[in-house]
Design a binder for this molecule. Structure first.
Ligand SMILES: Cc1cc2nc3c(=O)[nH]c(=O)nc-3n(C[C@H](O)[C@H](O)[C@H](O)COP(=O)(O)O)c2cc1C
Length: 187
């Protein structure tokens, strides 16, 4: 954990889409997080598709990505659901992190949120993401969960999360995430 009392969180959206509900959910998180937290969103679009033929030397862009993960006090993943699982770009980003000698996700506090247009609100994707994060050693918060279903109904045209209940769940998760980071991270 950094020496100041602030918790520096990095957010990763598993969708590269400009109008992504998941990226919008990260913006809502930035708005709703307790004052002890800050959020910086990492754009994972510059990461190439992982190919073991090209991982040595470790690409600069991947090293920079891993560095930002390593320096963060926690990682907030906003996952879309693609065919009952996480998106390829999100898995690719985690795979890059897993190939770095730095192992930036090992022992790193993490939390998962997600939005989809379906009624299950990324429940299946979140289960898969939790499994992958467990394998790379991330310490993922279990509860509460934030599953935003029918996203097209709860975000306005500007990408603002307008649903009060959803905003409340998101706030509760962020408060729990702050507590979780302080509980599991060495001071
Ligand atoms: C390849 C693909 C597969 C999808 N599969 C699912 C799915 O399994 N469940 C679901 O609720 N929505 C599914 N969707 C719809 C997404 O929920 C929707 O596109 C959502 O907006 C994606 O998140 P984003 O807004 O952050 O890009 C799928 C979309 C794509 C492009």
């Amino acid at each position: 954990m950094n020496t100041s009392n602030q918790l520096r969180i990095v957010g990763i959206s598993g969708s590269l889409r400009k109008g992504s509900y998941n990226t919008a959910l990260l913006h809502a998180a930035a708005e709703l997080m307790p004052p002890e937290m800050t959020l910086e969103i990492i754009d994972i679009s510059p990461l190439p598709m992982l190919n073991q033929d090209f991982e040595k030397p470790f690409p600069e862009v991947a090293a920079e990505f891993c560095d930002r993960l390593a320096k963060a006090d926690g990682v907030l993943f906003a996952t879309p659901e693609y065919n009952s699982s996480i998106s390829a770009v999100l898995k690719n980003a985690i795979d890059w992190a897993s190939r770095s000698p730095q192992q930036p996700l090992n022992g790193k506090p993490a939390a998962i949120i997600g939005a989809s247009i379906g009624i299950f609100g990324t429940a299946r994707a979140q289960t898969h993401l939790r499994q992958v994060l467990s394998f790379v050693g991330a310490l993922t918060l279990n509860k509460p969960e934030v599953l935003v279903g029918q996203a097209h109904r709860v975000f306005d045209s500007e990408g603002k999360l307008t649903d009060e209940m959803g905003r409340g769940f998101l706030h509760d998760l962020l408060v729990a995430f702050a507590q979780w980071i302080r509980q599991v991270s060495p001071t």
